[in-house]
Design a protein. Structure first.
Length: 57
């Protein structure tokens, strides 16, 4: 009984609780991309503050 249940849980397409218990395969990748873009935009914003204020470095 347990072995059949484990095999069903190993297959993401047969397990109804797959999307509830874990992220989709691309979830972590997209979150890392969003974080990387956010950090990049933050650095660009911080580097552009002296130009906005008219301060020459």
């Amino acid at each position: 009984m347990d072995s059949k249940r484990d095999k069903a849980n190993d297959n993401p397409y047969e397990s109804p609780s797959y999307t509830d218990n874990s992220q989709p395969p691309l979830g972590l990748g997209w979150s890392l991309v969003i974080i990387a873009i956010g950090i990049l935009l933050l650095f660009i914003y911080l580097h552009s503050i002296p130009w906005i204020l008219g301060i020459d470095q």
